[in-house]
Ligand binder design. Structure first.
Ligand SMILES: Nc1ncnc2c1ncn2[C@@H]1O[C@H](COP(=O)(O)OP(=O)(O)OP(=O)(O)O)[C@@H](O)[C@H]1O
Length: 459
């Protein structure tokens, strides 16, 4: 606690000298003043950490000095010295922000204890401030990283990042990420985890469709030795392994119905029971689930439990397919070209404008993953120093029409057709209505019904 600056302001020279003598010996840097004016001059010049202030001073009441000090130098801690029995004054001083008080007559040890206590408090405050600074630096850096890694300039992607970062802050809220294959559901889930207070703990990705049905329960909840033939030892399940962290349930819609009830119970009660065991283990995990399926339809078909759905989708984040955000193609293309070129130790080739146009008109059934794979292939085969449309052969009919349907869901396809028609007509609604063989009013109604945004982008 050495090097802490202390100013003693008391009209009695005898007291200021005695205290200075005592505190100097303890390696504090001590200044003394016997009038408020002297005191203010030293406050301004030395900016001490602690002011020891007598309540009775010539020319200005100690309480008024305290008030002014707290206004002008709020970080200075003030220890008041008061006359015996002056309780009202003590209360008033504490209200005005004094951190401690000592009654006259006092021993120098009383002052020393008060100074040390206040010094510890100042050190703690500094530590907290530093931690806050570091925390905000980390989050700023993290946001920068996220924008670098999760590429996209469309309003839709900016919105996804914004919701993900907001959601991350609440460490317990369960999130459902929806979107077609390859849209980046897993990356956004990792972003939520690493931007959350759970970031120091595990992010445990689990794809239940990859686990044999007979093992599902023991994989999720663990088992005790002897619970079944192969259970030779006690084993922790995913919930216990992800304790304090995040459990990422990929392809949640494929979870067998029988396991859904057990999963629901674990999420609701924050407890799991190992297979064959009878002890309930408390667990603290955030669940992030992902699906490319329409869960509401599965609920109607009796394949997914509605109560589980409500548990897992406190926040739902939908990542739109790449074809609905053509303005993300160019930044993604640049990103993948740069990163693969770096990996392959080659100079990044140029990208022709025609190639960008070609890709912006493509349906991208495999979304961003497909684009990434295309870039990798093109860079391996590249001979010149510019990527051209011919370096990116597109899949069959999709190349000609840039549309095909992977579902026979009439509404989804209707919406898709409208988006496609608008895109082909550069958002001109009259032309798009002609193309769709409907009236302009009918098109307007449908745009409203599906919530299609018309502007520079469609999301
Ligand atoms: N916005 C993006 N910026 C950069 N890379 C992306 C983006 N979106 C997706 N990717 C890349 O695309 C690939 C697929 O992403 P990811 O695995 O997160 O998708 P997914 O939606 O979880 O896919 P699936 O449903 O098939 O599991 C990854 O290599 C990822 O790095």
């Amino acid at each position: 606690m050495s090097n802490l600056k202390i100013l003693i302001l008391d009209d009695e020279v005898r007291i200021t000298e005695k205290l200075k003598y005592h505190l100097d010996k303890r390696s504090f840097e001590v200044y003394t003043a016997n009038t408020p004016n002297e005191g203010f001059a030293l406050l301004e010049k030395e900016k001490p950490g602690i002011l020891i202030l007598d309540v009775i001073l010539p020319g200005m009441n100690g309480l008024d000095v305290l008030k002014k000090v707290k206004e002008d130098y709020p970080s200075i801690e003030v220890i008041m010295i008061s006359g015996y029995g002056d309780m009202d004054m003590v209360i008033e001083a504490m209200r005005k922000g004094a951190s401690d008080f000592i009654r006259k007559p006092f021993q120098v040890m009383d002052i020393q204890v008060a100074v040390e206590r206040t010094g510890k408090f100042i050190a703690l405050q500094k530590k907290l401030e530093r931690a806050e600074d570091i925390g905000s630096l980390v989050s700023r850096e993290l946001e920068g990283m996220i924008e670098k890694d999760f590429i996209g300039e469309s309003d839709a992607i900016k919105r996804v990042i914004k919701i993900a970062l907001k959601t991350a802050k609440d460490k317990d809220v369960n999130v459902l990420v929806t979107g077609e294959n390859g849209t980046g559901k897993e990356i956004i889930s990792r972003i939520i985890h690493y931007a959350s207070p759970r970031s120091e703990q595990v992010f445990a990705p689990v794809n239940s469709s990859a686990i044999p049905a007979t093992l599902l329960e023991s994989e999720f909840f663990g088992h005790v030795k002897g619970a079944f033939t192969d259970a030779r030892d006690d084993k922790k399940g995913y919930f216990e392994l992800a304790n304090n962290g995040t459990l990422f349930l990929d392809e949640i819609a494929d979870m067998p119905f029988s396991l859904q009830a057990k999963l629901l119970r674990a999420i609701e009660e924050n407890k799991v029971k190992r297979v064959g065991g009878n002890k309930e283990m408390p667990v603290d995990v955030r669940i992030i689930s992902a699906t490319n399926k329409n869960i509401e339809q599965l609920i109607e078909e009796g394949k997914f439990r509605i109560d589980l759905y409500h548990r897992i989708n406190t926040i739902e984040i939908n990542i739109p397919p790449l074809r609905q955000r053509p303005e993300d193609i160019e930044p993604l293309l640049n990103h993948f070209v740069d990163s693969f070129a770096r990996k392959k130790n080659m100079e990044a080739p140029g990208i022709s404008g025609d190639l960008i146009k070609k890709l912006q008109g493509y349906y991208f059934p495999g979304n961003v993953r497909e684009l990434r794979n295309m870039v990798e292939r093109a860079l391996i085969l590249l001979e010149g120093n510019e990527l051209l449309p011919g370096d990116f052969p597109l899949k069959g009919d999709a190349q000609k029409e840039s549309m095909y349907f992977d579902t026979l869901d009439l509404e989804r396809n209707e919406q898709q057709l409208i988006v496609e028609a608008l895109r082909r007509c550069q958002m001109n609604q009259t032309q798009a209505a002609d193309l769709l063989c409907i009236s302009r009013d009918a098109l307007k109604r449908k745009i409203k019904k599906f919530g299609i945004e018309i502007g520079k982008t469609i999301v």
